[in-house]
Design a protein around this ligand. Sequence first.
Ligand code: SF4
Length: 414
Amino acid sequence: MSELQEQFEKLGHTITPFGEVSDAVLINTCTVTREADADCRKIIRRAQRISPEAFIGVMGCYAQLRSDEISAIEGVDAIFGNEEKFHIPELIGNFQKRNQLGLYVGKLEHIEFHGACSSDNANHTRVVLKIQDGCDYVCTYCTIPAARGGSRSMKFDDLRNKLLELNNTAFYEIILSGVNLGEYKAPTGENFTDVIKLIESLDLKLRFRISSIEPNLVKPEILDMVTHSKKMCPHFHIPLQSGSPDILRLMKRRYNVDTFINLVHNIKEKIPDCCIGVDVITGFPGETDAHFQETYNLLDSLPVSYLHAFTYSKRDGTAASEYPNEVPHPIKKERTHQLRLLSEIKKKEFYLSQIGNTKTVIPEEYDESTGMWQGWTENYVRVAFKGNNLNGNIPCQIKIVSVENNTTNGIVIL
Ligand code: SF4
């Protein structure tokens, strides 16, 4: 449950799902792309249509960076920045509609870490545990450091207690998350390697997945621990962003192409079944056809399992927004499309390589009409399997027997 939700429930409020008529609506926003900003504005207007009498509060990253745009939307009662959103009850007192907009957006100088823990699917088989927030890097396309502030992390003791607490719930999989997770640094000095050591040292029924980690932060000891661990899932999601050394330099990323190539080969050498996902951005300013081809060819040649391809979006206030040679939108879109097609090919190859393997799957979705369950293996393969007598959430052993469309088929072994 998120810290905010908990805070409001303790004060006696009832949380209703978005879309239901309510007395107050709080909208947490994102500002990673222009589309994200536009979506936030649409959601604010939708909330007003659904609950015209409700107090409307807008918070989060878009609120932090573009309160001017939000204040221009009629009917918004208050705007809260990324620190202020944790102090809403003290700031506003009650949720009455206002005649005048309340603007509560400060500088992100001494921002504290606020943990969050939320289920990422309706059946509550997996939980996302945020242990780090903010970022000290200066990637030239990114608004996150400005919107979220510098890197800060959950206290190590709090993390230990949280893990023990989660071990007593129905969850079986914990996704460790953070804006720049590999930069985890507890106030008492422990780093991300210590987080994995802690997980290994505790007697837990849980398995853990690393949501995403920068290539320069997959240290040899982290890879060694994941290789030998029974709790850490063999799955790395690693941002590459571009396979062109020129573009990587313009992006001010903290690794070069060779580091990335060596990392992927190292992972596969140590953990042949490991799933490797990659983030890529297309259409960064100055990206020529030749640069894009370098990215495409690199990813095509590497044993990666899927791609998340994003189209570059110019964000005011970033260094890249001043760069010349913008790539026309249709070209950016076409490049993204090509990488998405490559992703499908990579995923199918990876899934085909898994046929015959027996993996641990947490049944998470059941279709009564077909009697089929679906779930994820530890190495992030989606599997569909029959199992009328299975208990949702209890892990089982599934042998992967075939690949069909976007999933694999399996049979229950245990
Ligand atoms: S590491 Fe990630 S969050 Fe940090 S500045 Fe770069 S892209 Fe943004």
